[in-house]
Design a binder for this molecule. Structure first.
Ligand code: AMP
Ligand code: MN
Ligand code: ZN
Length: 804
């Protein structure tokens, strides 16, 4: 098997430590290890070899099923699996984490167990972080809130832990390179970062290698930027004029600037025939230049334009910034390596578009999906003629598709991925990090040659397979960066992953904290994980602490912004506590949230009528959940979307990104909550089907529930409609009280749903918010157009929607 040669125990900087393995976790000297370093070295080596061994196992989908057909293999896997689960359970219990890892028969699937592991990892890492800090003499509880621009010492990046593929050594190695006080690079940026809750608009304003010229919207960008000053009219009028102008450009604004060129790009013949494989130069004999001036960047661009290919990689930082920062670009030609300080040259990087979009020059990346987005987000850079070695690795069906595997496979180079998660903002860059960064591109052109040769060999000289890799690479270069958009449903998506049963109060707390965190993260330009890690947010929601001190107790270590705003957070929790208490089952959470949002408008569960909830509760025989479910389903049913017949069958899943892509029609529909309405329908399709029978039997009953809902909720809907868009709901006892009084008015109709209006939002403190007005214009579009859009859209996208 191809992967068997990867099964060696240790490599790189890690060597086996002293003799005796000792599992006891301690930051003190322990038996068998003469000092902490020896223990750490041993530990890292062990973790690394375990990770390697696990990666060497036949992968699911590939050879796994075949091996699985041998009883010996099956038995071995099962016994090892049990052992591992047992060990994991023990560790988790030792740390006081929830653990039912071994409970194989439980209905809860792999996903829940995965979440359990992630939670436990977070807890354990945090604990380790605290202990290490204590050993360092850092006392967290006395830590002052840092002035803007400075970073408090050492915080474990737990959110990365989530994404990681299970390499236990990563967090530790990250820590090794975590600088204590990195100045915020954002402060030096010439153009301020735009964290506003508005869609991303490409940064491009000059388009080299264009066959279709850049739309005037972008070429006039410089003029447009000066709008507020150059228009000698009141601000509101200036805004209006600006909107009128921008409105003409809606389509252009959200299109891929090189869509036309990419659509018309065909891979040149010579790139589809047998390549001459050119060996890489030894790294030690290769010149490496660090580029941090405009002059050098211009010279580099000129050099690149003359080449037929070069390799590119990026390093990115995402913890102390909302949208993330591209910190480094590595470029390798056949002769030289270049490391570009993209924090320094951020505003000048666009000049590389000349080389990057030149169809005559191949740009080789490994796993370019994120890189393509980061290039657009930070520099307005695009790639025409991309070759992605990750895609080639897939086509060749290699055992693994990571860069370190390719380096080993093709170059017999042992790479050391330790620095992958280092803090790439550090300046000056330590030598070892420069070396690491170079390795990411230095060998890539040779790998590109070798892979092309193999792809042709594989198909006996026929270019089909190679062509498919070029095509897949082109698809990646067509990817568009989409900014994270805060919507009414965002919190539900996250809550669903928590797999915790929340009652109405807890769910409300989660919703309010989520909005607080999003707003603050945008405002302070921090990641949401830095402001308040999800597991802490979940814990606060779960415990609903009565005192501010209780909130602090839910967080360990306490994030600086939580400490600073603990009173604000306390008010939010209090507001949640004032919600009528109703138990909600695990999968009922979304259902309830949905019912609440349908009846009382998005983001407005705080105004829910206690009477209504009580009525539901008492009528359902002592909070019998299944009955409550039924009722919820009936209510949903009674609000059945009249346009359902136009919607796709309930088993299609909607591409998540399309929601945030203004050029996709889904975005428009989403803004109108038509889509969210459908999605919720889809989410509850199963329950609804079950409920359908009983619904039909009890049509009259449904009418009653509906009327009652209308009676208690109707009037509030009206008022709510004028208040939606409050992105950070302020605690409002007054509203809560008035919500208790039943009021009489018309039943809530579907047409009265009000979309989340960003223009009303507190987030308008951010730049660019005026842009949202034109989005709201969509509201007035003819309903018929919408139905058409929905039909076309769902037909068009259907094949793209992965099944659940
Ligand atoms: P690479 O292409 O491997 O050099 O990775 C580029 C950037 O992606 C790194 O600088 C990290 O910011 C990010 N990254 C890579 N791997 C991971 C990971 N496992 N988890 C989170 N971020 C990652
Ligand atoms: Mn990369
Ligand atoms: Zn890299």
């Amino acid at each position: 098997m191809a992967s068997s040669n990867d099964n060696k125990s240790t490599e790189g900087g890690f060597q086996d430590g002293n003799s005796d393995p000792n599992d006891e976790e301690t930051n003190e000297l322990c038996p068998g290890f003469k000092d902490v370093d020896a223990f750490v070295k041993y530990g890292l080596g062990a973790v690394l070899s375990a990770t390697k061994a696990s990666a060497g196992l036949p992968q699911a989908g590939d050879d796994y099923d075949f091996y699985r057909s041998f009883p010996g293999f099956q038995e071995f896997c099962e016994s090892q699996g049990d052992k591992l689960l047992h060990l994991m359970s023990q560790i988790m219990q030792h740390h006081g984490c929830r653990s039912h890892m071994r409970d194989r028969n439980k209905l809860t699937g792999l996903e829940e167990r995965f979440d359990l592991v992630v939670d436990s990892n977070d807890t354990i890492l945090e604990r380790a972080g605290i202990l290490l800090d204590e050993a360092d003499g850092v006392n967290r509880s006395q830590q002052p809130v840092m002035p803007a621009g400075f970073q408090p010492p050492k915080i474990v990046v737990s959110s990365w832990n989530r994404k990681g593929s299970g390499s236990g050594s990563r967090p530790e190695t990250f820590r090794l390179l975590h600088a204590k006080n990195v100045a915020r690079p954002q402060l030096k940026f010439k153009e301020k970062v735009d964290n506003s809750n508005t869609p991303f608009i490409p940064k491009i304003f000059i388009k080299p290698n264009a066959t279709k010229p850049l739309p005037s919207y972008f070429t006039n960008k410089q003029i447009r930027k000066e709008r507020p000053e150059d228009l000698d009219v009141p601000a509101a009028l200036a805004d209006f004029i600006h909107q009128q102008r921008t409105q003409e450009h809606v389509e252009d604004m959200f299109a891929h600037p090189y869509q036309y060129e990419l659509d018309h790009f065909t891979t040149p013949e010579n790139l589809l025939s047998k390549p001459e494989v050119q060996m890489y130069k030894p790294m030690a004999e290769t010149k490496c230049s660090f580029i941090d001036t405009l002059e050098d960047l211009v010279a580099l661009n000129e050099k690149l334009c003359k080449l037929s290919e070069f390799a590119v990689d990026l390093e990115h930082h995402s913890y102390r910034s909302f949208l993330g920062l591209t910190c480094l670009m590595q470029i390798s030609t056949r002769e030289e390596d270049f490391i570009i300080d993209t924090l320094e040259l951020r505003s000048e990087m666009y000049i590389l578009n000349e080389a990057f979009t030149d169809p005559a020059t191949v740009k080789v990346f490994h796993g370019a999906d994120s890189d393509i987005e980061w290039l657009q987000k930070d520099f307005g850079l695009y790639v025409v003629n991309l070759f992605d070695t990750h895609q080639a690795s897939r086509a060749l069906n290699l055992a693994r598709h990571s860069l370190d595997h390719l380096l080993k496979h093709f170059c017999n180079v042992d790479s050391d991925k330790r620095y992958q998660l280092a803090d790439w903002r550090i300046r000056p860059l330590p030598d070892e990090m420069v070396q690491y960064a170079r390795t990411d591109t230095h060998y890539l052109l040779y790998i590109y040659d070798s892979m092309r040769a193999q792809l042709l060999e594989f198909h006996h000289g026929q270019p089909g397979l190679l062509q498919s890799v070029w095509n897949k690479s082109k698809d990646i270069s067509l990817k568009k960066y989409l900014k994270p958009i805060f919507t009414e449903e965002s919190y539900l998506e996250l809550q669903r992953k928590q797999k915790k049963s929340f009652n109405t109060q807890q769910l409300t707390a989660f919703r309010l904290l989520f909005a607080w965190r999003d707003k603050l993260a945008r405002q302070e330009d921090e990641s949401t994980g830095y402001v308040l890690p999800t597991h802490m947010m979940s814990k606060i929601s779960e415990e609903l602490p009565k005192e501010p001190q209780g909130i602090i107790a839910c967080c360990n270590p306490v994030p600086p912004l939580v400490r600073q705003q603990v009173n604000e957070l306390h008010l939010l929790v209090q507001q949640a506590r004032e919600m009528p208490l109703l138990k909600v089952s695990k999968d009922g959470c979304q259902q309830w949230a949905y019912v609440l949002s349908v009846l009382f408008g998005p983001h407005d569960t705080s105004r829910i009528s206690a009477a209504f909830l009580k009525e539901l509760e008492t009528k359902s025989d002592q909070t019998s959940l299944s009955v409550a479910h039924m009722k919820a389903s009936r209510i949903i049913e009674s609000f059945e979307n009249p346009f359902r017949m136009y919607l796709p069958p309930s088993d299609v899943h909607i591409n998540k990104n399309a929601k945030f892509d203004p050029s996709s029609k889904i975005f428009e529909v989403n803004k109108l909550h038509l889509l969210s309405y459908h999605m919720s329908n889809h989410m509850f399709a199963k329950e609804r089907n079950k409920a359908k029978q009983s619904y039909q039997e009890s049509l009259q009953n449904v009418a009653t529930v509906r009327q009652q809902a209308a009676v208690s909720g109707g009037k509030k809907r009206e008022r709510v409609a004028s208040e939606v868009g409050e992105s950070t709901p302020k605690p409002s006892k007054k509203l809560m009280k008035s919500a208790d009084k039943p009021q009489k008015t018309e039943p809530p109709s579907q047409e009265s749903f009000t979309p989340f209006d960003y223009s009303q939002s507190d987030l308008s403190v951010f730049a660019g918010s005026s842009f949202v007005f034109f989005l709201c214009k969509f509201k007035h579009a003819n309903m018929l157009t919408f139905f058409l859009i929905i039909i076309i859209l769902y037909r068009g996208f259907r094949h793209n929607w992965p099944k659940r």
